[in-house]
Write a protein that binds this ligand. Structure first.
Ligand code: 5GP
Ligand code: MN
Length: 332
């Protein structure tokens, strides 16, 4: 495994051994991933959940949103019969495991359950992980949390079938940006090869994740690109735009569907930093930020109460768009 230049490094064998001991001796395991789950968070959790269930454990899985709903984009992931609403989640689990969660806040309403868990195994690859578990399997050098999930299943001796592989592959392909990001190591491709050998359908996974949307998406995208701004911002180039609730309402487009707009905006040659502010159904602004490498957007977003990775991070704002952007600019 690679050593991460930001520090951290691979998970020590003694921690893996402890994890294997804890999981092997548990009858019941409660799994959680971060709120607004992406494919890596939900996929890693469901993969481990399906494998543990096949291995004879009682498994519950969830994420801590009051209005509990799997994003449309991720409805194709197998294993969703493991999911329970946060209200039905064990209040004080014997063994709880979290996936892709860097900080307890991102557990949403399940953070109380994590506080009361007897053992809490944190499986994650964010460099910013605070180590909030009783055992932390955190490797910032891993391309995705799915890499750590696969490693754990191997160490537990649990087989990875086509459905489990589909969940892991969705995480890997998402977090490597379809094998485009610098996290695309020989190890990442070797993992993809192992997963593909189970017979999963990469074409279908890619179409579900990126290559489909309702027609309304094109109309909203048109409106949003029409108001995009390019500005110098500390000589680095900042490109940004925003999507209001009203934009979505006028075409009947759900919030989930606008997640991909940042990938259109960030391609701008003249900008190192890209920002898309998305107004959710509660009127809060979910801000997606991307950097080409000069700026560590995780640090900027952390200063604004959010987090993420150096090149892809986010935060939530309750201020109007212009005020949010003024605060963001000031930190660049
Ligand atoms: P995205 O823009 O795709 O929603 O998120 C990019 C990255 O930033 C992901 O790693 C995601 O977990 C992280 N991120 C997005 N929003 C927030 C937030 O409000 N708080 C924290 N801590 N991280 C966030
Ligand atoms: Mn991830």
């Amino acid at each position: 495994m690679t050593t991460d230049p930001r520090g951290g490094g691979p998970v020590p064998d003694r921690d893996w051994d402890r994890a294997v001991g804890l999981v092997s001796s548990a009858d019941e395991v409660a799994l959680a991933c971060h709120i607004s789950p992406d494919a890596d968070a939900l996929g890693s959790m469901l993969a481990v959940g399906m494998a543990l269930r096949a291995g004879g454990k009682r498994v519950t899985a969830s994420f801590g949103e009051r209005r509990f709903r799997v994003p449309r984009l991720l409805c194709f992931l197998p294993g969703q019969d493991l999911l329970v609403e946060p209200g039905a989640y064990p209040a004080s689990p014997e063994l709880m495991m979290t996936f892709d969660v860097p900080i307890a806040d991102r557990l949403g309403v399940l953070s109380g359950n994590a506080d009361k868990a007897r053992e809490l195994i944190v499986v994650d690859h964010h460099a910013s992980n605070t180590g909030f578990g009783t055992l932390n399997l955190v490797d910032p050098g891993a391309a995705a949390t799915a890499v750590l999930a696969e490693d754990l299943l191997d160490r537990l001796g649990l087989p990875i079938d086509r459905e489990i592989a589909t969940c892991l592959y969705a995480g890997l392909v998402t977090d490597t940006g379809s094998f485009k990001h610098s996290s695309t190591t020989p190890e990442a491709h070797a993992m993809a090869a192992r997963l593909l050998a189970t017979g999963l359908n990469p074409e279908e996974i890619a179409r579900e994740l990126w290559d489909r949307s309702p027609f309304a998406y094109l109309k909203v995208l048109g409106a949003v690109l029409d108001r995009v701004v390019l500005e110098p911002a500390a000589g680095r180039g900042l490109v940004w735009t925003f999507v209001t609730r009203a934009d979505r309402a006028s075409y009947g487009l759900p919030y989930d569907e606008v997640e991909g707009i940042i990938d259109v905006v960030r391609r701008t040659d003249e900008a190192d930093v890209a920002v898309v502010l998305k107004e959710d159904d509660d009127g809060a602004w979910q801000v997606s930020t991307r950097s080409k490498g000069e700026v560590d957007v995780a640090r900027v977003c952390a200063a604004l109460g959010g987090g993420g990775h150096a090149k892809a991070a986010g935060f939530t704002s309750h201020l109007p768009v212009e005020q949010t952007m003024a605060r963001f600019r000031a930190l660049l």
